[in-house]
Design a protein around this ligand. Structure first.
Ligand code: ACO
Ligand code: LMR
Length: 264
């Protein structure tokens, strides 16, 4: 009989051994001929299944809305400085990507984790927020440097509007909004930010689509898939900033002395 040599690698998402590459079993020709979009490709390669159109469109909206946010934010700033230091595309891109984390763009997974845990345990927004405060943890998905109660983040509104129209349930997002109502009573910059909106709405997508078991949802949240949406999206903008600086032939950046407080 056949002897199967043990393999050193296991892979379950794609296969290029046949006539054409397949993503989660779907051949490339089907992807092209049936007009799949980038949301479908993400569904296949990240979630290993074809999700309904309203879900793939939501993924695409997240990507489009998070693609860029101007030159002043952490990621773009790093990319611009790196490009101006004469570095190549990949170096400029990763320099920006490395700023994505718990304060900037990378709070989506933690927002999903904490909102899910609090909602599933039936905590009131007061109990949740004050409990976090006692633990000395800022609520992920809440707060913004420039957005305020009277100057809301349009991206959040657009995501909420889409979900209200297309999702069967928005219970996690509604919980996040109740949390926001409570945090806004404390300070007017403690709005639900785009990370919090995506984190809570993705919980609604996972739970409401009927495509994931409870165990699969827990695994997605535990592993932390969702920051991947921001990383992927913002790469589009960071690549754009690199090209922009090169096109403008910008010289080496040096921060002005006047903008540094030299002190002992
Ligand atoms: N939860 C609870 N209290 C908060 C929060 C929060 N998420 N954010 C700010 N505060 C309160 C705290 O009392 C804070 O005081 P502290 O420094 O003693 O903790 C006070 O507001 C002042 O906060 P600042 O540091 O001035 O707020 P800043 O404008 O610098 O922070 C930030 C903005 C980093 C987004 C912050 O709100 C935060 O850490 N949020 C959680 C992480 C998050 O969601 N990041 C994603 C932002 S959206 C994006 O990057 C695309
Ligand atoms: C962003 O998407 O980059 C912003 O929300 C962050 C910021 O500081 O404005």
């Amino acid at each position: 009989g056949k002897v199967r040599a043990p393999t050193h690698i296991i892979s379950t998402i794609s296969d290029d051994r046949g006539e054409e590459p397949c993503y989660a079993g779907v051949p490339m020709s089907t992807i092209v001929e049936q007009g799949f979009g980038v949301g479908d490709v993400i569904s296949l390669l990240w979630f290993k299944r074809s999700l309904p159109r309203y879900c793939t469109q939501f993924i695409e909206i997240c990507i489009m809305l998070c693609a860029d946010h101007g030159p002043c934010v952490s990621g773009a700033h790093n990319t611009i400085v790196t490009a101006r230091a004469g570095k190549d595309l990949v170096s400029s891109l990763v320099s920006g990507l490395l700023t994505i984390g718990p304060r900037f763009g990378g709070a989506i997974d933690d927002a999903a984790r904490y909102f899910k845990d609090a909602y599933d345990r039936g905590l009131s927004p007061y109990e949740f927020v004050e409990g976090m405060k006692k633990k000395g943890i800022r609520v992920p998905g809440i707060g913004h440097r420039i957005k305020r109660a009277d100057n809301r983040d349009k991206r959040v509104e657009l995501l909420q509007k889409y979900a209200h129209t297309h999702f069967p349930s928005v219970k996690y997002m509604e919980y996040a909004v109740q949390v926001e109502t409570y945090t806004l009573s404390k300070a007017n910059n403690l709005v639900l930010n785009v990370d919090g909106a995506i984190g809570s709405l993705f919980l609604d997508l996972l739970a409401g689509s009927g495509m994931f078991s409870k165990q699969e949802i827990d695994e997605i949240v535990d592993i932390g898939y969702l920051n991947g949406l921001f990383v992927l999206a913002r790469s589009i903008g960071l690549i754009g900033h690199t090209f922009d600086q090169k096109r403008l032939k910008q010289p080496l950046y040096r921060h002005p002395w006047e903008d540094v407080l030299y002190t002992k």
